[in-house]
Design a protein around this ligand. Structure first.
Ligand code: CP
Ligand code: NVA
Length: 338
């Protein structure tokens, strides 16, 4: 029996370290099989609902392609297209979708909604991003980190996450670091540190395993000798537009640029970004915001650094597919003989 069968994934701490490592191993195998045209579709009778209350490129497409590769069917339920929470309670919707579908993906504004979905749906529920957590992103990030250091254990790898550390990526990174043993420094102004309770829990549990998780405002201290610098947008989906000015003021010193890379004293340091990134002015948002606040060359990451690292950043994006597929196969099959 597969231990992950019918299990929800609302956050990474829903899993044990062993389970996370097994999902990554399965993702590696599925990625290899797909590249060698040897993938076996194991989800042929399965139906999956994809509820998106926020925009998405990578997550939606990864869930869809993962399902198609494995022979499953999907229904995309975009913003405003169901009665969820408008004319029908989340509880009732969960009961109905849980009867029709084998699994439900939810991306939305309020983590409480996915908790209610999970409570009342008999089918597993996967978090495709809430304001609190983005667990499937971190699965892809762990695979990318592993692929770049195949000879090293996670516990011998140092990462700095710089910028808005109290968003969904910061929180999920904390949980990922605790589970796999990464040395993690959250490098941000105090106002952008994660929720105290979660940070304290992860730090104390990490300490028991002799692992290191810290928060620091000091960029030089935080990025010194790291193998990876990871960043994300400074204002997340669903946050008020008015917050930009304040956030930019706080986070300007935390931009990933040449100067920050020099502070790592590691000429091989690698950059990760969950994307989308405001690294140039080729988007409407990039044009208006970068111009308004006087950024010449990208906001959370400069365009030169983004371009130098685009191979790994786009591999990281592709890894969303392979890791989401591993999650689907793990939670939808009683036994997987892979
Ligand atoms: N990284 C990520 O979740 O991207 P999307 O918003 O495009 O799904
Ligand atoms: N923190 C970002 C992540 C995007 C993948 C957001 O929530 O918008």
């Amino acid at each position: 029996m597969n231990n992950l069968y019918k299990r929800d994934c609302l956050r990474l701490l829903d899993f044990t370290s062993l389970e996370i490592n097994n999902i990554i191993l399965l993702a590696e195998k599925l990625k290899k099989d797909k590249k060698n045209n040897k993938e076996i579709p194991l989800l042929k009778t399965k139906n999956i609902a994809l509820i998106f209350e926020k925009e998405s490129t990578r997550t939606r497409c990864s869930f869809e392609v993962a399902a198609f590769d494995q022979g499953a069917n999907v229904t995309y339920l975009g913003p405003g297209s169901t009665h969820l929470g408008v004319k029908e309670s989340i509880e009732d919707t969960a009961k109905i979708l849980g009867r029709l579908y084998d699994g439900i993906q939810y991306r939305g504004h309020d983590h409480k909604i996915i908790e209610i979905l999970s409570k009342y749906s008999k089918a597993p529920v996967w978090n495709g991003l809430t304001e609190k957590f983005h667990p499937t992103q971190l699965l892809a990030d762990l695979l990318t980190i592993k692929e770049n250091f195949p000879e090293k254990k996670f516990c011998n790898i140092k990462c700095a996450y710089v910028g808005d550390a109290h968003n969904n990526i910061g929180n999920s990174f904390l949980e990922a670091a605790l589970l796999v043993g990464l040395d993690l420094r959250l490098v941000a102004p105090k106002e952008c540190w994660p929720e105290k309770k979660l940070f304290k829990f992860c730090q104390e549990e990490a300490k028991k395993k002799k692992r290191n998780i810290i928060c620091t405002e000091n960029v030089a201290e935080g990025v010194k000798n790291v193998d990876f610098i990871y960043t994300d947008v400074w204002v997340s989906m669903g946050e008020r537009k008015e917050i930009w000015e304040k956030r930019i003021k706080l986070l300007r010193p935390y931009q990933v640029n040449r100067n920050m890379l020099n502070m790592t004293y590691n000429s091989q340091v690698k950059i990760l970004h969950c994307l989308p990134a405001l690294h140039d002015q080729k988007t409407d948002m990039g044009k208006s915001i970068l111009k308004k606040y006087g950024f010449q060359n990208g906001m959370e990451i400069t365009d030169d650094i983004f371009k130098e690292n685009q191979k790994i950043i786009f591999e990281q994006a592709e890894n969303r597919l392979h890791t989401i597929k591993a999650l689907l196969v793990s939670s939808l099959l009683k036994k997987n003989n892979l």
